[in-house]
Ligand binder design. Structure first.
Ligand SMILES: O=C(O)c1ccccc1NCC(=O)[C@H](O)[C@H](O)COP(=O)(O)O
Length: 227
């Protein structure tokens, strides 16, 4: 059983929120007092928010039952997926590279598949290719100079994704360049099940700013209420 209910119990008029890229236990503890649905931890070595496996236990200990911890991987070895799932059986996995469906399903844990939205059809294809995913996470392709395939604070063309977002057979998690100012437009246009934010609620990479987190939650939730 997964902690929390991220991408489950979805309700019209409420958008779920994942805050991604925590690196410090005290920062997780502070954010846990607010009303997010999932917290993400990046296990990709080249990320500015990289968390080594040995640090996970202390970080996950600060995540309350109602919040889903998400472990983010980029083209991991099958051994790492199996090791993590044995050690942390209550997490959701997020695959942010070119992983096969078989690798995503290997552990039996719930998972999200991230896809870089480049053109119409990308989200629908991902939903077809990963029908067992708990959700399709739509992110912006990494800018040329970026070291990581996510967490770059860049948004894709939401208008271009509108038609397929409306008919997606899996929950849509919208990511990439979100902040408290643009979240209402994102919610109105794409009506995602969840928003995923990292750079837009940070003081510096890996350090979340609680004022920005709170502003983001209020902004996203009130927009969803009106949508
Ligand atoms: O956050 C990272 O450093 C990262 C590194 C490698 C792959 C994915 C990464 N982040 C993934 C996320 O889930 C982010 O929330 C998403 O890409 C949006 O990030 P941002 O545009 O900074 O809000």
């Amino acid at each position: 059983m997964m902690q929390g209910s991220f991408l489950k119990n979805l309700r019209a008029g409420r958008v779920q929120v994942k805050i991604c890229g925590f690196t410090r236990p005290e920062n997780v503890r502070e954010a846990a007092a607010l009303s997010a649905d999932a917290f993400g931890f990046v296990l990709f070595r080249k990320s500015r928010r990289f968390v080594p496996e040995e640090a996970l236990e202390a970080l996950l200990a600060e995540v309350p039952q109602r919040i889903t911890p998400v472990l983010l991987l980029v083209d991991p070895e099958p051994e790492q997926v199996l090791r993590l799932s044995k050690k942390f059986p209550r997490v959701m996995l997020q695959f942010h590279g070119g992983e096969s469906r078989a690798l995503c399903e290997l552990s039996g844990l719930p998972y999200m598949k991230a896809v870089h939205f480049r053109q119409p059809g990308d989200l629908a294809r991902a939903a077809r290719d990963y029908p067992t995913a708990s959700g399709i996470l739509a992110d912006c392709p990494a800018p040329d100079a970026a070291a990581a395939p996510g967490g770059n604070g860049a948004a894709f063309d939401w208008e271009a994704a509108r038609a397929e977002a409306a008919g997606l057979p899996l929950p849509l998690v919208l990511a990439g360049g979100l902040n408290a100012s643009n979240a209402p437009r994102a919610v109105r246009l794409l009506r995602p099940a969840a928003l995923d934010v990292s750079s837009g609620v940070e003081k510096s990479p890996g350090i979340k700013d609680m004022i920005k987190v709170e502003q983001f939650l209020v902004s996203a939730r009130s927009a969803a209420n009106l949508a």
